[in-house]
Design a protein around this ligand. Structure first.
Ligand code: ATP
Length: 193
Protein backbone atom coordinates (compact mmCIF):
# COMPACT_ATOMS: atom_id res chain seq x y z
CA UNK A 1 0.00 0.00 0.00
CA UNK A 2 1.30 3.47 -0.77
CA UNK A 3 2.07 5.78 2.09
CA UNK A 4 -0.42 8.48 2.98
CA UNK A 5 0.75 11.90 1.78
CA UNK A 6 0.02 14.62 4.32
CA UNK A 7 0.73 18.31 3.74
CA UNK A 8 1.21 20.41 6.87
CA UNK A 9 -0.15 23.93 6.85
CA UNK A 10 1.36 25.80 9.81
CA UNK A 11 -0.06 29.05 11.13
CA UNK A 12 -1.47 30.97 14.03
CA UNK A 13 -4.89 31.13 12.31
CA UNK A 14 -5.86 34.19 14.34
CA UNK A 15 -8.51 33.71 13.01
CA UNK A 16 -8.68 31.26 10.13
CA UNK A 17 -10.11 32.90 6.98
CA UNK A 18 -11.19 31.91 3.47
CA UNK A 19 -7.70 32.62 2.08
CA UNK A 20 -6.43 29.74 4.24
CA UNK A 21 -9.38 27.52 3.32
CA UNK A 22 -9.10 28.05 -0.45
CA UNK A 23 -5.41 27.24 -0.35
CA UNK A 24 -5.77 24.20 1.93
CA UNK A 25 -8.57 22.79 -0.19
CA UNK A 26 -6.58 23.37 -3.37
CA UNK A 27 -3.62 21.49 -1.90
CA UNK A 28 -5.84 18.64 -0.69
CA UNK A 29 -7.65 18.16 -3.98
CA UNK A 30 -5.40 19.32 -6.82
CA UNK A 31 -2.01 17.90 -5.84
CA UNK A 32 -0.70 14.45 -4.97
CA UNK A 33 -1.47 15.08 -1.29
CA UNK A 34 -4.09 12.88 0.38
CA UNK A 35 -4.69 15.20 3.33
CA UNK A 36 -3.89 18.68 4.60
CA UNK A 37 -3.49 19.29 8.32
CA UNK A 38 -3.81 22.77 9.80
CA UNK A 39 -1.11 22.82 12.50
CA UNK A 40 -2.23 25.57 14.87
CA UNK A 41 0.71 27.32 16.57
CA UNK A 42 0.40 27.80 20.32
CA UNK A 43 1.02 31.11 21.99
CA UNK A 44 4.75 31.62 22.54
CA UNK A 45 5.06 32.46 26.26
CA UNK A 46 8.13 34.62 25.54
CA UNK A 47 6.04 36.94 23.37
CA UNK A 48 3.25 39.29 24.31
CA UNK A 49 -0.14 37.88 23.48
CA UNK A 50 -1.36 41.14 21.94
CA UNK A 51 -4.35 40.39 19.72
CA UNK A 52 -3.61 36.66 19.65
CA UNK A 53 -6.68 34.72 20.77
CA UNK A 54 -6.32 31.75 23.09
CA UNK A 55 -4.97 28.50 21.63
CA UNK A 56 -8.20 26.67 22.30
CA UNK A 57 -10.34 29.35 20.62
CA UNK A 58 -8.21 29.53 17.47
CA UNK A 59 -8.16 25.74 17.24
CA UNK A 60 -11.92 25.55 17.67
CA UNK A 61 -12.43 28.08 14.84
CA UNK A 62 -10.25 25.96 12.55
CA UNK A 63 -12.37 22.92 13.39
CA UNK A 64 -15.53 24.88 12.61
CA UNK A 65 -14.03 26.11 9.33
CA UNK A 66 -13.18 22.57 8.27
CA UNK A 67 -16.52 21.10 9.31
CA UNK A 68 -16.98 17.90 7.33
CA UNK A 69 -14.67 18.89 4.45
CA UNK A 70 -12.97 15.74 3.20
CA UNK A 71 -9.15 15.55 3.44
CA UNK A 72 -8.79 18.53 5.81
CA UNK A 73 -7.87 18.13 9.49
CA UNK A 74 -6.89 20.32 12.43
CA UNK A 75 -3.85 19.33 14.48
CA UNK A 76 -3.04 20.49 17.99
CA UNK A 77 0.29 18.65 18.09
CA UNK A 78 2.27 21.82 18.87
CA UNK A 79 0.18 22.63 21.94
CA UNK A 80 1.90 19.84 23.88
CA UNK A 81 5.45 20.53 22.71
CA UNK A 82 8.01 22.69 24.55
CA UNK A 83 7.62 26.37 23.59
CA UNK A 84 8.58 28.06 21.44
CA UNK A 85 8.10 25.15 19.05
CA UNK A 86 10.36 24.84 16.04
CA UNK A 87 9.09 23.30 12.81
CA UNK A 88 11.89 20.72 12.72
CA UNK A 89 10.91 19.47 16.21
CA UNK A 90 7.23 19.26 15.30
CA UNK A 91 8.14 17.32 12.16
CA UNK A 92 10.21 14.86 14.21
CA UNK A 93 7.32 14.27 16.63
CA UNK A 94 4.82 13.74 13.81
CA UNK A 95 7.13 11.33 12.02
CA UNK A 96 7.49 9.24 15.12
CA UNK A 97 3.79 9.30 15.89
CA UNK A 98 2.68 8.45 12.34
CA UNK A 99 5.41 6.21 10.90
CA UNK A 100 3.35 5.22 7.86
CA UNK A 101 2.69 8.79 6.70
CA UNK A 102 4.83 10.99 4.47
CA UNK A 103 4.74 14.58 5.69
CA UNK A 104 5.53 17.62 3.59
CA UNK A 105 5.29 21.35 4.21
CA UNK A 106 2.85 23.73 2.59
CA UNK A 107 4.55 27.06 2.33
CA UNK A 108 4.11 30.46 0.71
CA UNK A 109 6.91 32.03 -1.27
CA UNK A 110 7.20 34.65 1.51
CA UNK A 111 8.20 31.93 3.96
CA UNK A 112 10.48 30.13 1.53
CA UNK A 113 12.67 33.19 1.20
CA UNK A 114 13.22 33.21 4.99
CA UNK A 115 13.64 29.43 5.35
CA UNK A 116 17.46 29.66 5.49
CA UNK A 117 17.02 31.40 8.88
CA UNK A 118 14.99 28.55 10.42
CA UNK A 119 16.42 26.10 12.94
CA UNK A 120 18.03 23.16 11.06
CA UNK A 121 16.66 24.27 7.73
CA UNK A 122 19.11 21.97 5.88
CA UNK A 123 17.51 19.00 7.62
CA UNK A 124 14.04 20.20 6.67
CA UNK A 125 15.07 20.46 3.01
CA UNK A 126 16.85 17.10 3.15
CA UNK A 127 13.94 15.17 4.63
CA UNK A 128 10.73 16.94 3.61
CA UNK A 129 9.14 18.03 0.37
CA UNK A 130 7.84 21.59 0.14
CA UNK A 131 4.55 22.37 -1.58
CA UNK A 132 4.94 25.99 -2.52
CA UNK A 133 2.34 28.57 -3.48
CA UNK A 134 3.17 32.05 -4.73
CA UNK A 135 2.55 35.06 -2.47
CA UNK A 136 2.37 38.35 -4.36
CA UNK A 137 5.56 40.36 -4.07
CA UNK A 138 7.67 37.42 -2.89
CA UNK A 139 9.66 35.76 -5.67
CA UNK A 140 10.82 33.02 -3.26
CA UNK A 141 14.57 33.46 -3.52
CA UNK A 142 17.19 30.93 -4.56
CA UNK A 143 15.39 27.95 -2.96
CA UNK A 144 12.77 28.12 -5.70
CA UNK A 145 15.12 25.95 -7.77
CA UNK A 146 15.59 23.38 -4.99
CA UNK A 147 14.65 19.80 -6.07
CA UNK A 148 12.48 19.39 -2.97
CA UNK A 149 10.33 22.41 -3.84
CA UNK A 150 7.23 22.12 -6.07
CA UNK A 151 5.47 25.33 -7.06
CA UNK A 152 1.70 25.21 -7.53
CA UNK A 153 -0.44 27.74 -9.32
CA UNK A 154 -2.94 27.99 -6.47
CA UNK A 155 -5.73 30.55 -6.51
CA UNK A 156 -4.82 33.30 -4.08
CA UNK A 157 -6.74 35.84 -2.09
CA UNK A 158 -5.37 39.09 -0.89
CA UNK A 159 -6.71 38.60 2.62
CA UNK A 160 -5.07 38.36 6.03
CA UNK A 161 -6.17 37.56 9.57
CA UNK A 162 -5.13 41.12 10.46
CA UNK A 163 -7.71 42.42 7.99
CA UNK A 164 -10.41 40.22 9.53
CA UNK A 165 -9.50 41.29 13.09
CA UNK A 166 -9.56 44.96 12.10
CA UNK A 167 -12.97 44.52 10.51
CA UNK A 168 -14.33 42.94 13.70
CA UNK A 169 -12.82 45.61 15.91
CA UNK A 170 -14.33 48.42 13.87
CA UNK A 171 -17.70 46.70 13.60
CA UNK A 172 -17.53 45.99 9.85
CA UNK A 173 -19.08 42.89 8.32
CA UNK A 174 -16.88 39.80 8.01
CA UNK A 175 -19.30 37.95 5.75
CA UNK A 176 -17.49 35.96 3.02
CA UNK A 177 -14.12 36.71 4.66
CA UNK A 178 -14.45 33.67 6.90
CA UNK A 179 -16.50 30.45 6.54
CA UNK A 180 -20.14 30.85 7.73
CA UNK A 181 -19.64 28.70 10.87
CA UNK A 182 -16.63 30.83 11.81
CA UNK A 183 -18.57 34.04 11.26
CA UNK A 184 -21.35 32.77 13.48
CA UNK A 185 -18.97 31.78 16.28
CA UNK A 186 -17.04 35.07 16.09
CA UNK A 187 -20.22 37.11 16.34
CA UNK A 188 -21.52 34.96 19.20
CA UNK A 189 -18.30 34.90 21.23
CA UNK A 190 -17.29 38.51 20.77
CA UNK A 191 -13.72 37.37 20.04
CA UNK A 192 -11.45 40.17 18.66
CA UNK A 193 -14.05 42.82 19.37
P1 ATP B 1 -1.83 37.79 10.18
O1 ATP B 1 -2.56 38.82 9.35
O2 ATP B 1 -2.32 37.76 11.62
O3 ATP B 1 -0.35 37.87 10.07
P2 ATP B 1 -2.31 35.60 8.26
O4 ATP B 1 -3.61 35.80 7.60
O5 ATP B 1 -1.09 35.86 7.46
O6 ATP B 1 -2.27 36.33 9.67
P3 ATP B 1 -1.28 33.15 9.46
O7 ATP B 1 -1.95 32.37 10.52
O8 ATP B 1 -0.04 33.86 9.81
O9 ATP B 1 -2.38 34.11 8.80
O10 ATP B 1 -1.08 32.26 8.20
C1 ATP B 1 -0.84 30.90 8.19
C2 ATP B 1 -0.25 30.56 6.86
O11 ATP B 1 -1.19 30.95 5.85
C3 ATP B 1 1.02 31.36 6.57
O12 ATP B 1 1.94 30.46 6.02
C4 ATP B 1 0.60 32.40 5.57
O13 ATP B 1 1.63 32.64 4.65
C5 ATP B 1 -0.59 31.75 4.89
N1 ATP B 1 -1.59 32.72 4.42
C6 ATP B 1 -2.00 33.83 5.02
N2 ATP B 1 -2.92 34.48 4.30
C7 ATP B 1 -3.10 33.76 3.19
C8 ATP B 1 -3.92 33.90 2.01
N3 ATP B 1 -4.73 34.95 1.84
N4 ATP B 1 -3.82 32.96 1.06
C9 ATP B 1 -2.99 31.93 1.22
N5 ATP B 1 -2.20 31.73 2.29
C10 ATP B 1 -2.25 32.63 3.26
Amino acid sequence: MSRRQVGLFFGSFNPVHVGHMILANFMATRTSLDEVWFVVSPHNPFKKRGSLARDHDRFHLVELAIGDTPRLRASRVEFDLPKPSYTIDTLAVLREKYPTYDFSLIMGSDNLASLPKWKNHELILRDFAIQLYPRPGFPGGELLEHPRVTLYDAPLMHLSATYVRDAIRTGESIRYLVPPAVEEELLKSGLYR
